[in-house]
Design a protein around this ligand. Structure first.
Ligand SMILES: [Zn+2]
Length: 294
């Protein structure tokens, strides 16, 4: 195995006898490092194996075990090793500049991210995560496809005043997107009828600035989740297009949804029940079907 320093936390001399790692919040300070330690640090900048470091330590007049001690000391500032297990597919569910930007950012980070996959593509079943880009509200048929497959999914929803990124829905853990629709219906009984008219519209306010800001946060959320640093459960990030400020919003599960109940997983395939669209909100078939074909 090759060890290397995390390039984002470079070694910097803070005095002739003290070497710090990192600048804004130094993680480690080596006081009065030996010649052997200095040489090992220089080797770690480019990457070195433990055996190589032991050889360098011995050549510098230190015991080979000094390499082990230094690696242990510097472990917080070593670059992350290769991931364990295969990295999964991330699916972009959506179109337009923001979806394309998120896709490009994920590719740049080395993620196998793809867009334009059909709903019956077998690759969807093994997806690690999905990102949904939508106007105003995510159509039920779109988030159901990920709930059914038990795939975590991140909504990026453009509204007329703000863009919401999240919450990152992990099926069975925290509120789903239907929960959000039910809460909005509670606040405004007309919401199901309104939402059904919005699912197929173009993204509002998809400016270069909003696209850039939102894409970075969305791609960052996917990467953070991969690295075991997910957004807190139920938390959405709101980007106000007027003030250009971000804020956090906490979403709660809705008691009518049942998405956290084992009996409710996987999410049911809700069929059209004529006359009940407003009762069940946009989760039910009729309203969504109208939007999808309009
Ligand atoms: Zn729910």
């Amino acid at each position: 195995m090759v060890y290397a320093l995390d390039p984002s936390r470079p070694p910097v001399w803070r005095s002739p006898r003290a070497l710090q790692f990192g600048v804004e919040a130094p993680d480690i300070v080596l006081e009065d490092p030996s010649i052997a330690e200095e040489r090992m640090v220089a080797a770690l900048a480019g990457g070195a194996s433990r055996d190589t470091l032991r050889t360098i330590a011995a050549a510098g007049g230190a015991a080979p075990e000094a390499a082990d001690a230094l690696l242990a000391r510097l472990s917080p500032v070593l670059a992350a090793g290769p991931r364990t297990g295969p990295a999964g597919l991330v699916v972009l569910d959506g179109a337009g500049p923001t979806a394309a930007r998120i896709l490009a950012l994920l590719h740049d980070a080395g993620v196998d991210a793809r867009a334009g996959l059909d709903d019956d593509d077998p690759a969807l079943d093994g997806a690690e995560a999905a990102v949904l880009v939508a106007p105003y509200a995510v159509a039920p048929r779109r988030h159901q496809r990920w709930l059914r497959r038990d795939v975590p999914h991140l909504p990026v929803v453009f509204g007329d005043r703000a863009v919401h990124v999240g919450p990152f829905v992990t099926p069975g853990d925290g509120p789903c997107l239907r929960c959000g629709d039910l809460h909005r219906r509670d606040a405004d009984p007309a919401w199901p009828a309104i939402a059904a008219q919005l699912h197929a519209r173009p993204l509002p306010g998809e400016s270069e600035l909003a696209c850039g800001a939102v894409s970075s946060v969305a791609a960052g959320a996917v990467l953070a989740r991969r690295d075991g640093r997910p957004l807190p459960t139920g938390v959405a990030m709101r980007f106000d297009r007027r003030t250009l400020r971000w804020s956090e919003q906490r979403r709660e599960a809705h008691p009518e949804c049942g998405c956290l109940s084992p009996a409710a997983a996987p999410a049911p395939l809700v069929r059209a029940r004529p006359g009940t669209a407003t009762a069940d909100g946009p989760w039910a078939g009729p309203a969504d079907s109208r939007a999808a074909t309009s």
